[in-house]
Design a protein around this ligand. Sequence first.
Ligand code: NAD
Length: 673
Amino acid sequence: MSACLEDLDADGNVEAVGIYGLGRVFSAGADINDFNRDHRANTGPLRDLFATLDGMSKPTVVAMHGVAFGAGLETALAAHFRIAQEATRIGLPEVTLGLLPGGGGTQRLPRLVGMPTAIDLITKGKTIDAQTALQIGLIDEVFEGDPEIAVANYAAQLVESQTSPRRARDMRLESFDPAIFEHAAKGLSAASHQNPGPVAALGCLSRAAELPFQEALAAEYEDFDGLVEHPLSQGLRHAFLSERLASKVRGLDKTVPASDVSEVAIVGAGTMGVGIALACVQAGLQTCLIDQSEIAIARARDTIANHFANRVKRGKLSLASAQKQQENLTFGDSYDLLSNADLIIEAVFEDLAVKQQVFTSVEDHANAEAILASNTSTLDLNQIAGFTKRPNRVVGMHFFSPANVMRLLEIVRGDQTSDRVLKTAMSFAKTIRKVGVVVGVCDGFVGNRIMEEYLRQCYFLLEEGALPHDLDHALESWGWAMGACKVMDLAGQDIGWAIRKRRAVEQPDRPYSKIPDILCEHGRFGRKTGKGYYLYPTGTRDILTDSTVDLMIVEHSDEIGLNRRSVTPEEIVERTLLAMINEGAKILEEEIAARPSDIDAIYLNGYGFGRSRGGPMFQADLMGIDQVLERLTHFAAGRQGWAFEPAPILARMKDQEISFSDLNQGLKLDAIT
Ligand code: NAD
């Protein structure tokens, strides 16, 4: 493109230059994968291109359509004029990946739209529509129709009016209150330890006001290059790519189409059923919620009505949309209502006998093409599929509570689930705006199975010396949305209690700390009882530490003869993370997850793992497999060491010098010889 522009500039017959894009969009920006390779091989030529564009002696106009993001928009900023098709989305979203616009965006944008607007757009990574871009002076015209025609017309006008090139770099910044930087910095500081992008971008913007263009531009390039190497930016980029990769299901026949899902029925109108129904109607699907209990239906009706009323009251939804969505939802107690559904999701009690009865009845009423899904968290999907005469049409859809909010959907592939059903489940996940990740059948699937090992370490750390607020503080400071004790209080301690009781029978050789059981024995089930690890005074949103719990924990340590010691935040983070990595490695070995990044996508979207930390398997790569093995071996020699016996796959990875990232790219480990 640079060479072409130079030719055009030198060509005496050319009076103006128009640039437009083919395909669906003008440009979505740089390929994020490139940043993990030798990014300078791409950024170098791109920056040269921007300099060429900027320096064109003939007026140059860029026509944008679809989207113009990141380096795509920077291309337009480096040109002399910009126009955009009506429906174009425009923005510099680099900070959302822990980066900053590193192709002159921080220098050119403020000159075009003014510093306050540039700060708002760049440090928040906002995208705007074409009309807004016109109003703020980012573009010169909004057009409808073909970009090729629009750009030719605009270029012809430039020639006709004898307009000279108008370079952003030569524009004077409009005056603004210098205190704006300090104000913006305050707003950004809280989140800056999880994302270095916004603060660095603000620094570049402030230099636009202080330094000559070229000098500030060179500094912007340098800051960008530094951020590319930053582990938090690497984590954010990995998070983005993991979600995309998860949608490509390994081993799935690409030619198989997804079936159409326009009508969904949900059996079981409890906590999960209601959330799933909301997710479906919000996506515009015809939805039917059935339950055997009239009380459950009445409660579901109320919960859903309140949900919509609240959203309207808070200005999140118009009254008309709320009504429209609710019109798509019907309630009932008869299986006859299932006959038209393309997809039937079971969300009844977690009891195999109940599931058997429900699946038998569902099958009798469902149409032959319907997909039958189970929201079971722990039961064997293959066994459930076996209750029907069409196990190939049965799939697991493991939603997370609250199901209308949490983005994760674990899609469980049974032994007999057909490719078409799996493809439809993935496409349904997309329709209801979830991140669908395919997993295999095992107890707890991927997410809860790893969670069990994470929690096991959290409870051991409590009995060894940490208190709930120490533990949560360390985890939250590192990046978890919520510490483990707060999470368990929110989920309800009784659920974990029931699982631990089952485990005590199933896996007597894998001890748990008794601490959460002691809490349950005192009726401390978490938020729902007003107390768990913390106190939750009614009518407030307060979370208060409770010395009674601290005392219970200390007494328990005494009882089991443990000398409590100081547990550092570093140990809390490292031990819990290693437990997750080790279980994740076992899951990969058993092929329950197809690739490490699928595990990361699950943790980022369903469990509040800090996005900039990229997920547990990404963290393992940051540590290095050698180090992971060394630390696991270290902890394996200590108390409860059995939990840290390294997954055999790790030694193979070390020997063959293969990282989790290599496995994401499709590299395979050699078979054991
Ligand atoms: P819940 O107790 O809140 O609701 C279950 C509902 O199913 C009740 O309303 C009950 O009346 C109804 N029901 C029971 N038998 C029925 C039948 N034969 N026909 C029709 N309706 C029947 O339970 P929940 O928390 O919503 O869990 C439902 C399922 O989702 C379980 O399999 C659970 O493991 C799974 N799950 C729960 C969570 C969670 O956080 N609660 C998360 C993921 C998955």
